[in-house]
Design a protein around this ligand. Structure first.
Ligand code: SAM
Ligand code: SF4
Ligand code: SF4
Length: 360
């Protein structure tokens, strides 16, 4: 078949996406929908000290659940090497996640090597349970920003949602410790599940109003295949904004950058900003620049993927950086994911990888 050629470089037009250079990157690949690769989420552990009902339900993640073995998980050198290769491909932002990233021992050592990658925005998402003790060392290691998940200020509701009886005060102390250590503004993520914590939306908004912390409401998603997701349990971003706006008037803000996950709003009284992540009711796949690296070194091009690509085999099999870079560029260039735009009752039932393993 006759292919159109780029006359200056003699390569098929279809492959041009692979050679679109951007400042700071050697070859920034584009996927099949023209999306650049900008964000890497790294799951540093599949373990967690919480059992949030929407993420790691106890009936599935009980005492007999088999987590990854030590030899299976990427070590810090392997993660840092992969991160440097991604940086060369145009990745500008890395988020460490899990599982609960702060349960991984000596995480500060990994943060220090990632922080040494020039021009990288380095952040981390945590449940906040260990943050009061760790905020200072994380900051000293080079962490720039932090997101803390907190689903309610009501202690009983929060304990019910984390399902390990963890008190809300400890997470609030963690948020304050993070701000005091200079990880401000702290972003606070609240997943809203109908019948569980939607009555916590307003108290959370009131509490964080005027604090400088940025509260973000996340629509409950059908990630994984164990949380028994139903559309009826989703409280839409529109509903949340309406609920808050009635009491504390809001106005929309422009995104900070293309592909920003949260839609931004600010209080008209100058009390700060909030965000809504409407991944179910207003899909934002068209701007999705994210890729995920699982704890055991598999790459997933979508949060709702059913299969990953094994990078660990390359890392441990003697591949050069150039070979790994080419492999990643190839994976990204074949990507056509847009799950949230095509979600149906059938896709909800797919055997998708769990969020605690792939990283949120
Ligand atoms: N353990 C850390 C934490 O909870 O912040 C990091 C990993 S967690 C998987 C990352 C984020 O995903 C958290 O903010 C969590 O609330 C969110 N999350 C988990 N399951 C979700 C679901 N089913 N729908 C929406 N958000 C979810
Ligand atoms: Fe653990 Fe985070 Fe999942 Fe909760 S949301 S179970 S804290 S990984
Ligand atoms: Fe990106 Fe997949 Fe989420 Fe769409 S569904 S925004 S492609 S991760």
């Amino acid at each position: 078949m006759l292919q159109r050629q780029c006359l200056c470089r003699r390569i098929p037009m279809n492959d041009l996406r692979l050679v679109t250079n951007t400042p700071g990157s050697e070859a920034a690949p584009r996927d099949r929908l023209g999306r650049a690769l900008r964000d890497l989420r790294i799951s540093v552990t599949d373990r967690c000290n919480f059992r949030c009902v929407y993420c790691m339900p106890k009936e599935v993640f009980g005492n007999d659940y088999v987590f990854l073995e030590r030899k299976e998980i990427l070590n810090f050198e392997e993660i840092a090497r992969t991160a440097r290769i991604f940086s060369g491909l145009g990745v500008e932002k890395i988020r460490l996640t899990g599982g609960e990233p702060l349960v991984r021992r000596s995480l500060e050592r990994l943060i220090a090597s990632l922080a040494a990658i020039p021009g990288l925005d380095l952040t981390l998402t945590t449940n906040g349970s260990l943050l009061d003790r760790k905020a200072r060392s994380l900051k000293d290691a080079g962490l720039k920003r932090i997101t803390v998940s907190l689903d309610s200020l009501d202690d009983a509701t929060f304990r019910r949602m984390n399902d390990v009886d963890f008190p809300v005060t400890r997470v609030l102390e963690g948020i304050e410790a993070a701000a005091a250590a200079g990880l401000a503004p702290v972003k606070v993520n609240m997943v809203v599940k109908r019948g569980m914590n939607e009555d916590s939306v307003l108290p959370m908004a009131r509490f964080f109003h005027n604090t400088g912390h940025i509260l973000r409401f996340i629509e409950y998603m059908d990630v994984g295949h164990t949380n028994g997701w139903r559309m009826d349990d989703v409280v839409s971003a529109g509903e949340i904004i309406e609920m808050i706006g009635k009491e504390m008037p809001l106005e929309p803000l422009d995104p900070n950058y293309t592909g920003e996950v949260a839609e931004r709003w600010r209080y008209k009284d100058g009390g700060g900003e909030i965000g809504v992540i409407a991944s179910v009711t207003q899909a934002f796949c068209r701007d999705c620049t994210r890729i995920r690296l699982s704890t055991d070194g598999k790459l997933y091009t979508c949060l709702f993927a059913t299969e990953g690509h094994d990078v660990r085999a390359l890392l441990r099999g003697g591949a050069s950086d150039a070979e790994i870079r080419a492999a990643i560029a190839g994976i990204w260039s074949k990507r056509a994911d847009r799950y949230s735009e095509i979600r149906t009752e059938a896709t909800v039932k797919l055997h998708k990888v769990e969020m605690s393993y792939i990283g949120g």
